[in-house]
Unconditional design. Structure first.
Length: 347
């Protein structure tokens, strides 16, 4: 009897229930549309720059969020020569942003005219490296900045000396007080510099545009070069967002490069200098190939002045291959598409 009454009630009120249901669905749809409208740009960016691209190389994200106040302060400190013992060198001295984030010298140059033993890598896109320095001696950018100030022959200072100098500059005292409750400290200086360095990304290379679906962003020859880069196995070490920078590898898998080159020095020992582990002899952080066309010379010892030389050495010592001239030329054409933009301008 109760079931019959319920059915009769539903029949009598069918249209009312239908209208209420439609109103409910409209409200739900409207609410979902509002949420989608508010968050869609960020979601699209995340999907387009990473997960939807079925390639071993990923494009540099177009969105790069950092603490603006810390980055601005870090930018000043990046060019601050007071951080060096001689007041003549800054981070920007070696990491020149107008020349690809390097100085393009064979070795690093430091205080009192002392020439350092190793080639300076680019600071651009270093935020994507899993470690810093060729031997991975710094785990983070802040750690690198902290060690750089004290490192010989580069800055050759001490933190007590550097902080004393900065405290004599009212502008720095004021800037740090606004951001850091404890003022000017070694950790705060290092963090500020690292935050600025996190802004030094170079997205929107022609290859990144290609990865995002602009098929005509690179030429057919450049596409062939990329195919060779993958088929020969270069991509086994040079992949990810930074086209490298995310692993250690022995320089000379087939034969030890430094031994064949002759006169092995401490800089050739690589990661061994940090760990003292025999398995780390001649092991280095795989360098990023981002902007590689404008950052010669190549390798930790600067022994390759051109990309032609570098590609040939890599093929022989890492892959055990002798590449033909045309194949080397095509791979270089691909590498040239990795030059990105900084602050909206091509490097």
């Amino acid at each position: 009897m109760k079931q019959v009454q319920v059915i009769k009630w539903l029949i009598q009120n069918f249209y009312i229930l239908l209208i209420v249901s439609l109103i409910f669905l409209v409200v739900i749809f409207w609410r979902y549309s509002q949420i989608a409208e508010n968050f869609q740009p960020e979601i699209i960016e995340e999907v387009v720059t990473t997960s939807n691209i079925n390639e071993p190389i990923q494009p540099i994200p177009l969105i790069n969020k950092v603490n603006d106040k810390k980055a601005k302060l870090g930018g000043k400190l990046f060019s601050e020569k007071l951080l060096s013992h001689s007041n003549q060198f800054s981070c920007a001295t070696c990491h020149n942003l107008s020349t690809g984030g390097i100085d393009r010298d064979i070795n690093d140059n430091g205080i009192k005219g002392v020439v350092g033993p190793i080639n300076i890598p680019t600071i651009f896109n270093s935020k994507f490296n899993f470690r810093q320095y060729w031997d991975g001696n710094a785990e983070t950018l802040a750690d690198q900045a902290y060690k750089r100030v004290q490192r010989l022959p580069l800055m050759g200072s001490s933190w007590s000396e550097a902080i004393a100098k900065l405290n004599k500059v009212p502008e720095y005292v004021q800037d740090f007080a606004q951001i850091y409750p404890d003022g000017i400290t070694a950790n705060n200086v290092s963090e500020a510099i690292a935050t600025f360095e996190e802004t030094l990304t170079t997205p929107n290379s022609r290859f990144d545009k290609f990865l995002r679906g602009e098929t005509n962003a690179i030429t057919e020859a450049e596409k062939t070069g990329y195919m060779l880069f993958k088929s020969y196995g270069c991509v086994s070490c040079h992949q990810g967002v930074n086209v490298g920078g995310n692993m250690f590898q022995k320089f000379g898998v087939m034969e030890t490069y430094a031994v064949t080159r002759g006169t092995v020095t401490q800089k050739d020992l690589g990661r061994f200098n940090v760990t003292q582990n025999g398995q780390d002899l001649y092991v280095f952080k795989v360098p990023s190939l981002r902007n590689v066309a404008i950052t010669p010379p190549y390798f930790h010892d600067s022994s390759a002045p051109t990309l032609e030389k570098a590609v040939g050495v890599m093929a022989k010592y890492q892959l055990g291959r002798e590449l033909s001239g045309p194949d080397v030329a095509l791979i270089i054409k691909f590498l040239q598409t990795l030059t990105g933009e900084y602050q909206g301008k091509s490097l």
